[in-house]
Write a protein that binds this ligand. Structure first.
Ligand code: HEM
Length: 451
């Protein structure tokens, strides 16, 4: 049994756990709560895929009454409620919808080029570009609104997401207690997110869903359909798309879809700036497949770009947005092939950081090496879990791959970029539970000469 010594060490000690040699699992204590970090990939697959009935929920212990919007969000729900919510929301990610979202992203990609034309005389901050890109894309695909985050630092959704992610010691403590001592979290009536902001998300979402005649191809349109379906049904259901339960899903997507994706885009820019050869190979592929640049980008072409996809996958291997995922054991379980009994209530952690850098599986574990994914069948046998696996895998995964694709192809078609001299390696911010660089990542862009 190991003890995590400080609350800011959680991502590294739980997500990394490389200091424990070849042990298939390691017991830990987070404050007073016992947990188990699973390091053997076969056991990981059992927990995430096969024996999910024993691990039916995540840790998040939001209170249904004091934090209803957080409580009902897809990532915090469990059992039957989760199944009903997930099956409705999955309809927002069909291939037809994703094709439409790619078209929505093209407008944002053009705004990105204008912004860089203004910024290219000085250093750009990768996080500012990628955050604005994700926020404007979310605005369009969730609400059908043409966002302004790329040009306007006072954009509403930009500021709301920044506030949602602002870290300070108090918020870090409340998140730590939420994970490690949910009883204390509830007893002290702690709140992981500012109540005023949650009210704002709730009111705005419900008003939009009730406004008829708005563009139905966006996510609000889907929520409106699901609400009407549920209101017409007389069947008793533990989850209905209405009120808090409905607003919670917009909150879930805004929360899950900004810092994760912005961090991944930032790391991709950083790695391509550091490895100019890879940037050039990518540029050649993009120029062959998209001779007219941004105007040629579409869903099918993005999917056909092998090197682009290798770059994206390798970025998420070396820099997964989450250091770990968790499951709460809901029924006593014996780890297959061992005599280790996991009792009901124990938290199990799957350490993506450690698995993604395990030299047993990866040829150059600590290096950015896109060739890890040149043989996609061979890569599929390795522990690669940036979006996790199994029924609770990230619902936004396909959207993420396309959005990173639009972001990178639009940049590589028009710009060459590099790091300033003596640029430091990005370091993860220990106050967050996502893998966001602590210091701004500076990049220098130079326009490509047009022939
Ligand atoms: C690089 C970007 C992203 C990464 C690496 C990522 C990764 C993940 C991971 C690891 C999980 C936990 C899965 C588990 O516990 O097994 C998750 C869940 C989730 N993600 Fe993402 N995510 C990203 C972006 C997004 C985006 C853009 C959205 C929405 C638009 C999104 C929505 C969600 C939701 C709603 C869940 C909860 C799913 C459920 O419990 O059924 N994510 N994501």
């Amino acid at each position: 049994m190991a003890k995590v010594k400080s609350i800011t060490a959680v991502p590294v000690e739980v997500g990394g756990v490389r200091q424990y040699g070849a042990e298939p699992y390691v017991g830990i204590f987070l404050s007073t709560s016992p947990g188990l970090v699973i390091r053997d990939y076969d056991l990981v697959k059992k927990i995430l895929y096969k024996d999910t009935e024993y691990f039916a929920s995540r840790i998040m212990a939001f209170d249904e009454h004091s934090e209803p919007v957080a409580f009902h969000s897809l990532f915090a729900l469990s059992s039957e409620r989760w199944k009903l919510a997930r099956s409705g929301l999955t309809r927002g990610f069909t291939s037809a919808k994703l094709k439409k979202y790619v078209e929505d992203m093209l407008h944002v990609a053009k705004m990105l080029q204008s912004r860089l034309s203004e910024e290219s005389r000085r250093e750009s901050i990768a996080e500012d570009l990628s955050w604005a890109f994700t926020v404007d894309t979310l605005n369009k695909i969730l609400f059908g609104v043409q966002g302004t985050a790329m040009q306007n630092p006072k954009d509403d959704l930009l500021n709301l997401t920044k506030e949602l992610y602002r870290t300070d010691l108090w918020r870090t403590i409340s998140k730590f207690l939420l994970f490690s001592a949910p009883q204390i979290y509830s007893l002290l009536h702690m709140k992981a997110f500012p109540p005023k902001m949650m009210d704002k998300i709730r009111e705005a979402t419900l008003a939009m869903v009730k406004t008829k005649g708005m563009d139905a191809t966006n996510f609000i349109g889907l929520l409106r359909e699901l609400r009407e379906r549920d209101l017409c049904s007389e069947e008793e259901r533990p989850f209905r798309f209405d009120g808090d339960q409905l607003a919670a899903q917009v909150f879930a997507f805004v929360l899950a879809g900004t810092d994760t994706l912005s961090a991944a885009m930032t790391y991709a820019l950083y790695e391509l700036a550091k490895n100019q050869d890879y940037q050039e190979i990518l540029r050649n592929e993009v120029q062959n497949i998209l001779p007219r640049g941004i105007d040629d980008i579409n869903y099918d072409k993005l999917k056909s770009m092998k090197y682009l996809n290798m770059i994206i996958m390798e970025t998420l291997r070396l820099h997964p947005s989450f250091p770990f995922v968790d499951r709460k054991c809901t029924k006593d379980y014996v780890l297959p092939g061992t005599d280790c009994k996991i009792e009901k209530g124990v938290i199990v952690f799957i350490p993506m950081w450690g698995l993604h850098k395990d030299p047993k599986y990866w040829e150059r574990p600590e290096e950015f090496y896109p060739e890890h994914f040149s043989d996609i069948k061979a890569a599929a046998t390795k522990p690669y879990l940036p979006f996790s696996e199994g029924p609770r895998t990230c619902i936004g995964m396909r959207l993420v791959l396309l959005e990173m694709g639009v972001f990178l192809t639009s940049l590589v078609s028009n710009w060459r970029w590099r790091l300033p001299q003596d640029a430091p390696e990005p370091q993860c911010d220990p106050l967050t539970y996502t893998n966001i660089p602590k210091q701004p990542t500076k990049i220098i862009f130079k326009a490509l000469k047009k022939e």
